[in-house]
Design a protein around this ligand. Structure first.
Ligand code: AVI
Length: 331
């Protein structure tokens, strides 16, 4: 009796791409959180926004009327993917930093001339497997090689990833904006090393605009972003056995012009204290915890940042309202 055969080509199990010597996250995570909370202003690392509930809330954010970035970037991809593909040329290996719903990736892979391989890199193993399986089914001629790794730390690609004619780093979603400029530069430099000479990158970058539009995008009328932000407290409580009380904080997301960013904050409404790893943190009314930055760039600002990371900006595309941009960088 032969085993039932799946009709859908399955990609391999995610390849564990953490570079040798990288510390396991958990033992140091609580100390990292305690240190971040001791900063001025206190911080909770943004990665804790994305537990299962946080990821589901983020998916809802992407469809909110106020949250324009997803729609604007999709519009750019729908309109310009063919031009991007022409500029990138045939037989490319696409390394995606993170995995989203796959809508933009699909548009890119469909437009590319005989793409050789697609290599998504993500820490969320189950999400990565599911997204990879879907794309492998849709693009049977493309080698789909998921890599399970945190792309902000050193990672390796499996040695048998087909090189293709050109490696392309794909980083959509304006996630680059969630990094401080120095970190963003380091990540862009890492991408440059990753793709090597002759390689390219396509990076989605949200643009500076009217602060009212920005603040509405990060504090929507339905309160989904507020729930997304407050959920970080429930997540760290569960993960580390802490006792943050979400009802003592409220969501705020001001535009901070001098820093060129939205700051996601959790503002304490009452005087209270929280213990973390043997340290006591006191919050007065109005004190806040920073949970995320979302930097917005001018086109020239981003090109200058990319240049300091060793890239040359070959082209940029924006949507009709010039809200969002996609940058084609070359080595
Ligand atoms: C994932 N990242 C690009 C989103 C952003 O717009 O900075 C995260 C987000 N935070 C609140 N809303 C969306």
């Amino acid at each position: 009796v032969s085993a039932p055969r799946s009709e859908v080509p399955r990609p391999p199990e995610p390849w564990p791409g953490a570079a040798p010597g990288e510390p396991a996250a958990e033992p140091t995570a609580l100390a990292e959180l305690a240190d971040a909370l001791a900063e001025q202003p206190p911080r909770i690392p943004s990665k804790y926004l994305y537990d299962e509930r946080g990821s589901a809330l983020f998916d809802r954010i992407c469809d909110l009327p106020e949250y324009y970035p997803t729609r604007s970037e999709l519009a750019i991809m729908e309109q310009h993917a063919a031009e991007m593909a022409r500029a990138l040329g045939p037989d490319a290996t696409v390394v995606e930093y993170g995995t989203g719903t796959g809508r933009k990736t699909r548009l890119l892979l469909a437009a590319l001339d005989r793409p050789c391989a697609y290599v998504p890199v993500d820490v969320a193993a189950e999400f990565l497997s599911a997204a990879s399986a879907r794309l492998a089914a849709e693009f049977p001629a493309v080698a789909v090689v998921p890599v399970w790794a945190d792309f902000t730390r050193p990672f390796l690609l499996p040695p048998d990833v087909p090189r293709g004619r050109r490696r392309v780093a794909y980083f959509p979603g304006s996630t680059i904006g969630n990094f401080e400029p120095d970190e963003a530069r380091a990540l862009l430099a890492e991408m440059r090393d990753r793709v090597g000479p002759g390689g390219a990158a396509l990076v989605g970058v949200d643009l500076r605009k009217d602060p009212r539009v920005l603040e509405a995008a990060y504090d929507d009328a339905a309160g989904v972003t507020a729930r997304f932000n407050l959920n970080v407290l429930a997540h760290v409580n569960r993960r580390f056995g802490l006792a943050f009380d979400p009802s003592r904080f409220r969501h705020r997301a001001p535009w901070v012009d001098r820093a060129g960013r939205i700051e996601m904050r959790l503002v304490s409404t009452v005087r209270h204290e929280v213990d973390v790893a043997g340290r006591r943190y006191r919050f007065e009314p109005g004190d806040y915890i920073l949970t995320e930055y979302s930097h917005k760039y001018r086109l020239t600002e981003f090109a200058a940042l990319a240049q300091t990371a060793g890239w040359r900006t070959r082209r940029t595309w924006t949507d009709a309202e010039a809200r969002f941009s996609v940058h084609l960088l070359e080595t």
